[in-house]
Write a new protein. Structure first.
Length: 364
């Protein structure tokens, strides 16, 4: 299936409250994928960071970044690393104590208040730590009953906590998101209208990411709108084009043309996408739209032509973050996938932990 996404079609979204028109870009497919895309098309450097071997990691959750360190979640808890890959400390402990969190948890960094927040899903409790790992607080959060589902992603923006729920066929999860204050009091609950009616096939997909303008972007597989969250509130940001590639709540059967997005990110200059067919039978595809040059590209093969001269795996989850006011796309690679000369040059243990790929994006 050769599909790449381009943001060219514009339509007017009329606000019922303000009676003003806002231009929204509509994401629509065109039939063409390039054999490969060199990262120099959208990036100016690529660095490799291997996490040291004091904890042997088969994998890790999406990392959270500050200018001086980053965090990852693993089966044993939350780990803090330097940008050389050195393990600095473990944040808290997994357990039932008042300063501990459950193994089933969500983690994020509250940059404004310089706090690490770990939410224990089963107990509905937020544990707060300092950047140095000191226990600060334990707060019960007023989230809805989780009989029909629980949040899978958490973010903090402007002293509010955002909890996003999954979208998956066969589940009756009734929520899109819940917003609370940092004391755990519920401020907004967005409920779904209608449940998926898929009779054959499975589909799932929910994604939330930060944006370079200090906002959050969120989409749900069965909704045609990508939402933007700012300090002022929630608003539509982009729309998915209707057509054979879309899955909706009225879709009864998964076809080969339908797809699920596993990454969506925006910087001042770029929009990035990663997607796979809804049956999860093919390899992931990667694409971007350059707002400055007004061009789009898509491929199943992303090549590092700036550093290691390797193919960057698309099977791992990609994420977006900022560091030192620069934009980054973050990937992963197994050390055995790297050439011997790169292992030696970068001092990477071929039998050690995963290697983080930090792709620094071009500025405006």
């Amino acid at each position: 299936m050769k599909i790449v996404f381009i943001l060219l079609e514009v339509f007017l979204f009329f606000s019922c409250n303000h009676r003003q028109s806002t231009e929204l870009l509509k994401i629509k497919p065109i039939d063409e994928l390039l054999t490969e895309i060199p990262v120099s098309e959208f990036a100016d450097s690529v660095s490799l960071i291997q996490l040291d071997n004091r904890f042997l990691l088969a994998s890790y959750g999406n990392p959270c970044f500050t200018d001086s360190f980053f965090l990852v979640t693993v089966a044993d808890g939350v780990l803090k690393y330097s940008y050389t890959g050195e393990l600095l400390m473990k944040i808290g402990e997994i357990g039932q104590g008042p300063m501990e969190y459950n193994r089933n948890n969500l983690m994020t960094i509250d940059i404004r208040n310089k706090r690490i927040r770990v939410y224990s899903i089963q107990e509905k409790v937020m544990i707060e730590y300092s950047y140095d790992g000191d226990f600060l607080n334990r707060v019960h959060f007023d989230l809805p009953d989780d009989t029909f589902g629980y949040p899978t992603t958490m973010r903090v923006l402007a002293n509010k906590c955002y909890f996003f729920y999954t979208s998956m066929s066969g589940l009756s999860d009734p929520y899109y998101w819940v917003i609370t204050d940092t004391c755990g009091q519920s401020l907004e609950i967005k409920q779904k209208h209608g449940q998926p009616v898929l009779k054959r096939g499975d589909a799932c997909g929910t994604y939330c990411t930060s944006s370079s303008d200090n906002s959050l972007l969120y989409y749900n597989l069965f909704n045609d709108t990508i939402f933007r969250f700012t300090e002022q509130g929630v608003m539509p940001a982009f729309l998915w084009e209707q057509g054979k590639h879309r899955i909706s709540v009225s879709t009864e059967d998964i076809s080969n043309d339908m797809m699920v997005f596993t990454m969506f990110a925006e910087t001042k200059r770029f929009l990035f996408f990663k997607w796979i067919d809804a049956g999860f039978k093919s390899f992931s595809s990667f694409g971007f739209y350059d707002k400055k040059m007004q061009i789009s590209m898509g491929t199943k093969k992303l090549r590092d032509d700036l550093n290691a001269q390797i193919t960057i795996p698309l099977n791992w989850v990609f994420s977006y973050s900022q560091k030192d006011k620069k934009d980054y796309m973050i990937g992963k690679i197994e050390p055995y996938e790297l050439p011997e000369e790169i292992l030696q040059r970068e001092n990477i243990d071929p039998e050690g932990n995963l290697v983080m790929i930090m792709i620094r994006l071009k500025d405006e």
